[in-house]
Write a protein that binds this ligand. Structure first.
Ligand code: RTP
Ligand code: MG
Length: 155
């Protein structure tokens, strides 16, 4: 039995967009076997950024994170591949771009990120998050044939 491709939500964050690296990152995404099935450049408002990162509300870095995420446009992406959720998290690398340069130098966060907050990209951490986050940015997107969050057939 063939495993179904899975989909996930990804974002290229304002630091990488500002550095002019968005197209290069998208090329690497495709070189690593992901299909980009939705792609939108947008500017988050503070309200939208707070909602997107609601799980971190109240943490010491939260306001700094919201400042960063609203500092310029982002690219919101839906990616498809076998094991897309874990595969994309692995390609991104560790959260902190500075330590990623030591432990995972070929990861996207090592190559394109700045520090512990400005880290170039985001990826859903579970099928539930992927479902929520795709809906957050692409409420009208229908992935055919639609299966459980995290899975899509025929890409
Ligand atoms: P993400 O949700 O953006 O994919 O990142 P993640 O799962 O690797 O990390 P998470 O713990 O969910 O943190 C969300 C984002 O908050 C910023 N952050 N800053 N100590 C800090 O200054 C700090 N810790 C986290 C990063 O932008 C991180 O990606
Ligand atoms: Mg996270």
């Amino acid at each position: 039995m063939t495993a179904l491709p899975e989909w996930t939500f990804a974002m290229i964050k304002p630091d990488a967009v500002r550095k002019g690296k968005a197209q290069e990152i998208k090329q690497l995404i495709e070189i690593h076997g992901f299909h980009i099935i939705a792609d939108q450049k947008i500017q988050l408002t503070r309200t939208r950024a707070q909602e997107f990162y609601a799980e971190h509300h109240g943490k010491a870095f939260f306001e700094h994170l919201v400042d960063f995420m609203t500092s310029g446009p982002v690219f919101a992406l839906v990616l498809s591949k076998h094991d897309a959720i874990t595969g994309w998290r692995k390609l991104m690398g560790p959260t902190n771009s500075i330590s990623a340069r030591e432990t995972a130098p070929k990861s996207l966060r090592a190559m394109y990120g700045t520090d512990g907050t400005k880290n170039a990209c985001h990826g859903s951490d579970s099928p539930t998050s992927a479902g929520r986050e795709v809906k957050f940015f692409f409420p009208a997107l229908v992935i055919e044939p639609f299966l459980e969050p995290g899975n899509a057939k025929a890409f």
